[in-house]
Design a binder for this molecule. Structure first.
Ligand code: PGA
Length: 255
């Protein structure tokens, strides 16, 4: 795992945007896995600002609330349209965002998994992490080998989303989510985190044991993860100085 500690949230997103645009220039048919939530918003704003050409790129996403159609403003589909897709040059036939309103959700989940494999797998997966350690909607206790499936949301996650649904009772109980095994199959992962509320979970994810109780800790087994975080999110890393040392002495190609 590469831990990159930046001064603030804007710098975190600038770094991630540079990684994505550099990869896109190398491989215009880049397969991108997108995340939602507060954290990647500035990354998407920067990708829009970059005016890069995403016409050949393919897009998948991490998760969706079961029951919400793509046009629902609370859906992750809608979020990604609003924050990214509506503003970048891309081919709509290459966008494969999860739908929450399929009739046979279980079958749809396994077809989604196959679709990712059919296009050759995800090149770059953007991720956030929940305060409870979830990645996508893989709540604590999820199998570390899980694949795309229907997942019951954690009661705490439901409370966190109550704001956009007016009350906890209106928050869907189920999500469709890429599994931890699906995320682990991506060739490269960029996980973003910022703010003091993420400090404890970043410490557990990076420096704690690999456990289903902290789904993000599975990433310790992945060969190419860039964890891009701000100083606040890095505050509880016991080896913060080590990570900074390694990054500032990074081996760069052609060195
Ligand atoms: P956030 O969500 O970016 O809104 O903090 C992260 C997550 O829950 O995965």
């Amino acid at each position: 795992m590469e831990v990159i500690i930046k001064a603030n949230y804007e710098e975190v997103c600038r770094e991630a945007a540079q990684m994505v645009t550099a990869a896109l220039r190398k491989k215009p048919a880049l397969v991108l896995g997108l995340a939602t939530g507060k954290t990647p918003r500035e990354l998407y704003r920067r990708l829009v600002e970059s005016q890069e050409d995403f016409q050949n790129a393919m897009f998948f996403n991490l998760d969706e609330f079961v029951g919400l159609p793509p046009r629902d403003p609370r859906s992750f589909h809608h979020y990604l349209q609003e924050h990214l897709m509506d503003h970048i040059r891309h081919d709509p036939r290459k966008v494969f965002f999860l739908r929450g309103d399929e009739r046979d959700m279980e079958r749809y989940a396994s077809e989604y998994e196959e679709k990712i494999q059919d296009v050759g797998g995800i090149d770059i997966q953007i991720l956030g992490i929940g305060r409870n350690g979830h990645i996508a909607f893989n709540e604590p206790g999820s199998s570390l080998g899980s694949r795309t499936r229907i997942k019951t949301l954690d009661a705490k996650t439901i409370v966190e989303y109550a704001g956009i649904f007016h009350s906890p009772d209106e928050v869907p109980r189920f999500s469709i989510t890429l599994g931890i095994g699906t995320v682990m199959a991506a060739r490269r992962i960029i996980l973003l985190a910022a703010g003091p509320e993420k400090a404890e979970i970043i410490h557990r994810m990076v420096e704690g044991p690999i456990t289903a109780e902290v789904p993000g800790s599975a990433l310790q087994l992945h060969p190419l993860v860039h964890l891009v975080i701000d100083e606040d999110a890095a505050a509880k890393l016991a080896r913060r100085d080590y990570w900074k040392w390694v990054y500032s002495n990074k081996w760069r190609v052609g060195q």
